[in-house]
Design a protein around this ligand. Structure first.
Ligand SMILES: [Zn+2]
Length: 399
């Protein structure tokens, strides 16, 4: 799916206008924020009907997001929307004089788990100006006040953040930048330094990151959730450099390497578990030792309290055990292998996993085969057992 967007954001009036030109769009119903009016709809150049289901149930992630259905289906859908939006919604969506932070897509919400990922171009006009960051590569600005962007990789939305008070902090050697208001300046310096160190460590353990990824951090002047749409990582300004927040940033930075398997599949533990393993390993070097001790103890206690979780590779996207199974258990299993064979031997396996994923997404059988080939059947069986046994107890509890 490809989405070509022209958007005009008017923060002082909290208004937005956007034209989405969407090719290869899925035939299912779409989500659209109730505040947005559809002012034009065409399919393959012909006027089309966009039905709204405002009386129906709201989206699971926001009661003010409802479904729409466009008929007939076709190759290219052009949708013009306009509306007013403002304030904090779902703890992140804002458009106002002090802050623009939006998922700029037809649904106006950063969660589209049921959607295929898409590539995009964005022509953005931000009235009033100010520094802006998007989860994309910046192209040459078409004119003053407008910026043009191209997605860095397939994503599920277009995240935009801007604030008139933002100042940019840059790493002195690496492609890491942070946007923050002046009162969050020291936090921005910390963030840039920690992410730079994390990128250097991961590159030394496995290999340099592919492509010209610039990690863009933003300390948004609001409370609420952190989230990331790589290469953009967004944090609430006030909590920017707590150890918990930095652990999230380390996990997200590690995804520059660990996005090797299909995200919504049972192999997703390879993305999340390895990013979590990397974050834990980076935290040992970069964050206070006390943080790692407390976090590890909490993780072990949480796993011990859930002995009946289904096996990791049977855990679905909606499973209540998803976080334990995709993040915590695989990370501990990989850490146990690191203790057994040493970091250098493990890193050769992980580098081979990364190499194998550059052609086709990495699968659990392929990862186990590489592990078996490099470290032998005993180690491969350890990991395989950890992934297929229900309520598996991490080896570290037995020590
Ligand atoms: Zn993750």
């Amino acid at each position: 799916m490809f989405v070509d967007v022209e958007a005009v954001l008017d923060p002082p009036r909290q208004e937005v206008r956007a034209r989405f030109r969407i090719s290869e769009y899925p035939p299912e119903r779409w989500w659209l924020h109730d505040n947005l009016e559809i002012v034009g709809c065409r399919v393959d150049g012909q006027p089309a009907e966009a039905r709204r289901f405002l009386g129906g149930p709201g989206a699971p992630f926001s009661p003010r997001v409802h479904q729409i259905e466009v008929t007939p289906a076709g190759a290219v859908l052009e949708l013009d929307v306009a509306g007013v939006i403002g304030g904090v919604e779902a703890e992140v969506n804002c458009l106002g004089p002090e802050l623009t932070e939006l998922a700029l897509y037809v649904g106006w919400h950063p969660v589209f788990v049921s959607y295929p990922s898409f590539e995009f171009t964005l022509d953005l006009q931000l009235l009033g100006g100010g520094p802006v960051a998007v989860n994309a590569v910046r192209l040459e600005d078409p004119s003053p006040g407008r910026s043009r962007w191209r997605s860095a990789s397939g994503g599920i939305d277009i995240a935009v953040v801007a604030s008139p008070g933002f100042v940019e902090t840059r790493h002195d050697r690496l492609p890491v930048r942070a946007l923050a208001n002046a009162d969050h300046g020291p936090a921005a310096i910390d963030l840039v330094r920690v992410v730079g160190s994390a990128m250097e460590a991961c590159a030394a353990w496995w290999r340099p990151v592919r492509g010209a990824d610039v990690v863009m951090l933003a300390l948004s002047p609001r409370e609420g959730w952190p989230y990331s749409r790589l290469p953009l990582i967004l944090l609430p300004g006030g909590t920017g450099t707590t150890s918990e927040a930095l652990h999230i940033v380390l996990h997200e930075t590690a995804h520059l390497w660990w996005r090797v398997a299909r995200p919504l599949s049972a192999d997703d533990w390879l993305n999340e578990g390895l990013a979590e393993y990397a974050a834990n390993r980076l935290a040992r070097d970069l964050l206070p030792g006390e943080f790692t001790r407390v976090r590890t103890a909490a993780t072990l206690a949480e796993l011990a309290a859930h002995p009946d979780d289904e096996p990791v590779i049977e855990s679905g996207q909606e499973s209540p055990a998803r976080h334990r199974n995709r993040y915590l258990r695989p990370a501990l299993a990989i850490e146990a292998i690191e203790r057994q064979v040493g970091a250098a031997a493990l890193d050769r396996v992980l580098a081979a996993w990364l190499d194998s994923a550059s052609d086709t997404p990495l699968s659990t059988p392929a990862a186990l085969a590489i592990l078996d080939q490099q470290l032998g059947p005993t180690i491969a069986t350890c990991l395989s057992d950890a992934l297929t046994t229900p309520g598996w107890q991490p080896p570290s509890t037995a020590e």
